[in-house]
Design a binder for this molecule. Structure first.
Ligand code: UGA
Length: 352
């Protein structure tokens, strides 16, 4: 019997990529739910994809019924944008923690395998140069820095899931994405500053001919991971042959793509110029500095560097990332060009 996979948030960045990867590369059935279907393209027509539009905080019976019915549950509904951690911290707690806790408990009740998205943010301001799943300390700032409510919510869920594993033998895997980028990351046609994560924010700034803003000089570093590489890892985790991912935590990231945000900005401008549609706008894009306080407000605190240890995934899943940063940037821009996001009309429609 083909595996039945339930994906909550199937229209999100990771959810849509995962649905696509499963339908393309495996014979599994997917049961998905999300608020809308705009990132799914033709997927809802696929015979093995059963999709409903809905809200997991409202359609609770649908959720419980499908946890019961499926073999593996992947709850991907969450607010994952730092600008919102500081403006809507309670919404982050309610959705990322409370709504997901209910799903975790259904998995315990019905004995289902749970693949849960932890986050690279969990390490916070950890002093470790390379972040290890089992040994790195998790370090956050004071309560008045509301940014940490996301990491703290996710951390507590990791701990709850771990404890269910110890007490009830819950079959779970926690995976920690490190700055995945790729098609459908965020909507670049949304002009509002802070509505995106950094890479898509930069692409949006090219579209609207605005300068790139480097928070505190852009010296902070992230390890950008191409979404297709990440999906290969997730498929292996879901497959779980020989139980090798059961009750384990895996960083999914690309340490070779660790660059500063300034470097990301420079590369994005250089690579965007390869596309005739973007050449002029990219060439004239300015890079300016802003303070974190100006950009995010007083509740924000940044993470200076974040490099994943990926030995666990290499050794036990036989996985490693292979897409370099320039290729990841190029493929993502190519996607947005092809779907017409850089059409100047989009900027006009938004009145900019
Ligand atoms: C992200 C988000 O919390 C989640 O998407 C996720 O859990 C996790 O980390 C991940 O993807 O690994 P962060 O890397 O801080 O956090 O998110 P971005 O918004 O992409 O910001 C990256 C850096 O760019 C930050 O230092 C930020 O200050 C800077 N930035 C952002 C700019 O310099 N300019 C901008 O216009 C936007």
């Amino acid at each position: 019997m083909a595996l039945k996979i339930m994906i909550l948030g199937a229209n999100g960045f990771i959810g849509s990529a995962l649905t696509n990867a499963i339908l393309r590369e495996r014979d599994w059935e997917v049961y998905g739910i999300d608020l809308s279907d705009n990132k799914l393209g033709e997927l809802p027509r696929e015979r093995r994809f059963h999709f409903v539009e809905g809200d997991i905080t409202i359609n609770k019976e649908w959720v419980e019924y499908h946890v019961k019915k499926c073999d593996v549950v992947v709850p991907l509904v969450a607010i994952a944008n730092p600008a919102q951690y500081v403006t809507h911290p309670l919404r982050v707690f309610e959705l990322d923690f409370e709504a997901n806790l209910a799903v975790v408990r259904h998995c315990v009740k019905y004995g289902k395998r749970l693949i849960f998205p932890s986050t690279s943010e969990l390490y916070g301001m950890s002093p470790d140069a390379v972040l290890d799943e089992e040994t790195s300390p998790l370090v956050y700032g004071p309560i008045n820095k509301q940014r940490w409510i996301y990491a703290a919510s996710k951390q507590l869920l990791d701990r709850v899931i771990y404890a269910y594993g110890v007490r009830d033998s819950l079959d779970y895997t926690l995976f920690r994405p490190f700055n995945f980028i790729g098609p459908n990351l965020d909507n670049i046609e949304e002009p509002k500053e802070g509505s995106s994560r950094v890479f898509t924010q930069f692409l949006s700034n090219v579209l609207y001919r605005r300068p790139f803003k480097l928070v505190d000089g852009g010296l902070q570093k992230r390890s950008f991971t191409y979404i297709d590489d990440a999906m290969e890892c997730l498929l292996t985790i879901i497959e779980n042959s020989g139980g090798r991912a059961t009750r384990r935590i895996f960083n999914i990231g690309n340490p070779d793509n660790c660059v500063s945000i300034r470097e990301l900005a420079e590369r994005t401008i250089r690579i965007a110029q390869e596309f005739p549609e973007l050449r002029e706008a990219a060439k004239s894009t300015e890079i300016i500095d802003v303070s974190a306080g100006e950009y995010y407000g007083k509740y924000y605190q940044d993470i200076q560097v974040r490099v994943p240890a990926i030995e666990a995934a290499r050794r036990d899943l036989g996985w490693q990332p292979h897409t370099d940063l320039d290729t990841a940037i190029r493929r993502t821009i190519d996607f947005y060009v092809k779907i017409g996001s850089f059409n100047p009309l989009n900027a006009a429609v938004s009145g900019l």
